[in-house]
Ligand binder design. Structure first.
Ligand code: ZN
Ligand code: ZN
Length: 392
């Protein structure tokens, strides 16, 4: 027999589709989620769920159970991307140049779906369910601001869950993975300072371009020579800027890149490796350097117990054959990391792919969510809430 939460979620499918379409038609960029916030607050109010704004454009809601118990939290990110939607869907974005190309509209929808299901059972709930609608995941880190604003307190949250949609996974399946599910993402900028001169007389100056090029190549030895190959590290230089004429050696050259790591100690070490290599290579050529490393999101590390609970809940809703092991960790960044740093958590993926959606993945202008995926997401969340609040 079909799982009871899946039955209930499927019965809510037309309502969830309307919610999704509204959100998809009205996407807002990071830190500008004003209308989205109003919409979420209004939907929660219609259900009679207490909710307040948080971190400017976010929302925290709470379903208070009729019996005492623990508190479990679920998070949905709210922001869209500066992408022009390529598909001509009947519910296409009405905000030119902005699109929910990462599926955060579906994340908010399944969280509202779960809230509607569980709110009707609140008298029987042993404990509370907190709903986190988080702004600015794509940029500027709304998660950190929500955690700092105290969203995990009063009542204290004991565990937190989040599922990002996956455009490579079919509808009705989830991927669950232990350990790191997204990488720490840090940005670096290095300015190489030499002495400009005529390109025909290089001995009269100090060339920062040659030094920068040597350094870019040498930086690749951080992952290939200094690092344990079993612990993934990426160092990418994505931009190099210097000079404006072919016959002039410029005074400076700037490189900019990203560092991705999973382990906090590796992260620190890679920063030191980068500084040592850049100053050493440039110094050997008489070039000075200014190095700036800006810390981005931390790595998301899932808690083993919460991973096991998610897997078991997923099996009840979808069947064991539809709960897959995530094949590899992602070196992408995800600020759900800050929730998982504060309390035990699990970050898993749910499938939104089908023949209807094509193969475009997240951030692509042709990205599309199959609406049939929504009840599965909401039902897995509901089962997790039930299992977490009723476990010994
Ligand atoms: Zn994204
Ligand atoms: Zn996303």
């Amino acid at each position: 027999m079909e799982n009871k939460y899946l039955q209930e979620a499927k019965a809510l499918a037309p309502w969830m589709e309307e919610i999704f379409k509204h959100l998809h038609q009205h996407p807002e960029l990071s830190k500008q989620e004003y209308e989205t916030q109003k919409f979420i607050l209004a939907e929660l109010e219609k259900m009679g769920i207490e909710a307040v704004p948080c971190a400017d454009t976010g929302v925290v809601g709470i379903i208070r159970g009729g019996k005492p118990g623990k508190t479990v939290g679920f998070r949905a990110d709210m922001d869209a991307l500066p992408v022009e939607e390529a598909l001509d869907l009947p519910y296409k974005s009405q905000n030119p140049g902005v699109m929910h190309a990462c599926g955060h509209d579906s994340h908010m929808t399944i969280l509202l779906g779960m809230a509607k299901i569980m709110n009707e059972k609140k008298e029987d709930l042993a404990g509370n369910i907190k709903l986190f609608f988080q702004p600015a995941e794509e940029k500027d880190g709304g998660a950190k601001r929500m955690v700092e604003a105290g969203c995990l307190e009063n009542p204290k949250v004991d565990a937190v869950f989040f599922s990002h949609c996956s455009a490579t996974l079919p509808v009705g399946k989830i991927h669950v993975r232990s350990g790191a599910t997204s990488a720490a993402s840090d940005k670096f900028i290095v300015t190489f300072r030499g002495t400009g001169c005529h390109g025909a007389y290089p001995h009269r100056g100090v060339d920062p371009v040659v030094a920068a090029c040597q350094a870019v190549v040498a930086l690749q030895t951080i992952s290939s020579r200094r690092n344990n190959p079993a612990d993934p590290v990426v160092v990418t230089v994505g931009s190099i800027h210097a000079g404006s004429a072919g016959n002039v050696i410029p005074a400076t050259c700037e490189i900019c890149g990203t560092i991705r790591t999973l382990d906090p100690n590796t992260r620190k070490r890679v920063h030191e490796d980068l500084k040592q290599i850049v100053t050493g290579v440039a110094g050997g050529m008489g070039v000075e350097t200014d190095i700036s490393i800006k810390l981005g999101y931390s790595a998301t590390i899932c808690d083993d117990e919460m991973v096991a609970l998610t897997r078991a809940a997923g099996e009840k809703v979808l069947g064991a054959e539809n709960v897959l092991k995530h094949p590899e960790t992602s070196m992408g960044a995800e600020d759900f990391a800050y929730f998982c740093e504060a309390v035990p958590g699990c970050n898993f993926r749910y499938g939104v792919n089908s023949e209807k959606t094509g193969k475009a993945t997240a951030h692509n202008p042709a990205f599309m969510v199959d609406l049939d995926a929504l009840p599965y997401g909401a039902a897995v969340y509901a089962q997790i809430a039930d299992d977490f609040l009723n476990r010994d």
